[in-house]
Design a binder for this molecule. Structure first.
Ligand code: DLL
Length: 440
């Protein structure tokens, strides 16, 4: 094997039969842990007539019930917790389909495993303890900031915990502290690239060498643009809060699909309509089972991300299976400015505030920034209001949306009955980012 850098070479390059053996053993243990500690999932297993004794290894995985976003909503906040809450050291959270968010719990071991996954991604992008890693994913409930931050620590990089936003300050720190690795959403990376250009910097003026970008769909064209404007190699990283956060899968130097950390997660592809398991190489919905998580272990979680898996040999020497970028979703979730948004959340806010569910969401990407507008039909009492009064109502609704979604849409109150009614399924979302080739 060529001399490559891996964070955990033994795990990352083990032959498939060893991976399978590890998955077999861990799955048997994990099913027992979940069955014994999570009533909600135990009931699902009982309903399906399956017991832990039926699961002898990954060939039996298909016998287990799926778990879906809706199950997480029903178990809010801690119905899927598999350990005493006193063993937990942190939570993160992401949007649910309506008002209730998903809350993911972590023990210290869960955090360590997650950060190691992120460290693998950083090392695969050429990172070492000589690097300066600028983390401008959001910190807080979102997993992006903490995940890459923890990974950067494990690698021993000097970590710049910038969080997102304040682009002038990002650029100042990047330049003054000689950042070498940039971690953020691809659209923010593109925006930083544009801003640098506007300020008169050339790509060679910065010390960056690599970027680790994910949390939202992006295209190969965007990758080329970012690489050119920043003078770096841009790596994709994938993950979801339900499985811990970023680092479930990461790109290596081949930049051709992301290796899934198979010693911690089992990946399956299913037909989203029937739930049937499809062979490797088929396009379908990605389903994950977390093998090591103690606090919030999910068995057969349906991600709703559509992708293809491949076990082709990779020139980087890693043996973990690869996934393509998500090629779309099997539900109506949108990712706007890196934040997951469901139309049902918007509907909940409208109904809670006395509006009818006649609305239209218009999303676009202009100068690498997502725009987010919602047209809403006025309530009868708004209709006779003055322009100033209407602006105040729009602001009020915007605050309510912000509280639910975590991002600010622009609200436009429009006259009643002006939003086209549909005879079939209402067209609630107009996502103009599709014209950029983004797999929404
Ligand atoms: O977005 C975790 C993350 C943070 C990943 C930072 C990468 C970097 P959630 O907020 O729970 O978690 O959103 C998960 O985002 O199901 C995908 O639909 C989408 N997603 C994540 N990574 C990618 C990617 C984080 N590289 C949802 N490309 C997932 C496209 C992505 N979509």
């Amino acid at each position: 094997m060529m001399n490559k850098n891996y964070f955990q070479p033994q795990a990352e390059t083990m032959p498939y039969d060893e991976i399978k053996k590890i998955q077999d053993e861990k799955l048997v243990k994990q099913v027992r842990h979940v069955y014994n500690n999570v009533k909600y999932y135990r009931d699902l297993m009982n309903e399906k007539g399956v017991t832990p004794d039926d699961i002898k290894g990954i060939d039996d995985l298909h016998k287990l019930p799926f778990i879906k976003k809706d199950d997480l909503r029903q178990s809010y906040p801690n119905g899927l917790l598999a350990t005493d809450i006193k063993n937990c050291v942190r939570i993160h959270s992401t949007s649910g389909t309506t008002g209730k968010r998903v809350v993911a719990f972590y023990t210290q071991n869960d955090i360590d495993m997650w950060e190691e996954c992120c460290a693998r991604a950083i090392v695969a992008a050429g990172g070492s303890n000589e690097d300066v890693c600028q983390v401008c994913y959001g910190y807080g409930l979102f997993t992006g900031g903490s995940g890459l931050h923890g990974g950067s620590h494990k690698v021993g990089c000097l970590t710049l915990p910038m969080s997102s936003g304040n682009t002038d300050r990002q650029i100042q720190f990047m330049m003054d502290l000689n950042a070498t690795i940039l971690c953020c959403t691809p659209s923010y990376a593109a925006y930083i690239g544009e801003t640098l250009k506007e300020k008169g910097y050339k790509p060679e003026d910065n010390t960056l060498k690599a970027g680790i970008f994910g949390a939202e769909p992006w295209t190969e064209e965007m990758r080329k643009d970012i690489e050119k404007n920043l003078g770096i190699k841009a790596y994709d990283i994938y993950g979801l809060t339900e499985m811990s956060g970023p680092g479930v899968a990461f790109e290596c130097e081949e930049q051709n699909g992301m290796h899934i950390n198979e010693d911690h997660f089992i990946a399956e592809i299913i037909n989203p309509d029937t739930g049937e398991v499809l062979p490797v190489g088929s396009k379908g919905e990605l389903v994950f089972t977390s093998l090591d998580k103690e606090a919030f272990p999910l068995l057969r979680y349906r991600t709703r991300d559509i992708c293809v898996l491949s076990r082709e040999k990779c020139s980087c020497g890693r043996t973990f299976i690869k996934m393509t970028k998500p090629l779309g979703r099997s539900d109506d979730m949108m990712i706007i400015r890196g934040v997951n948004v469901f139309p049902s959340q918007i509907e909940t806010v409208l109904l809670n505030n006395g509006y009818t569910p006649n609305y239209q969401i218009i999303v676009d990407r202009i100068n690498n920034k997502d725009t987010f507008d919602i047209n809403v039909e006025m309530r009868p009492e708004d209709f006779s209001d003055t322009p100033k009064g209407i602006t105040a109502k729009e602001k009020e609704l915007q605050s309510a949306m912000m509280a639910m979604l975590g991002i600010n849409p622009k609200i436009h109150l429009v006259v009643p009955n002006s939003i086209p009614r549909s005879e079939g399924k209402a067209v609630r979302v107009i996502d103009n980012r599709k014209r950029l080739g983004i797999n929404i």
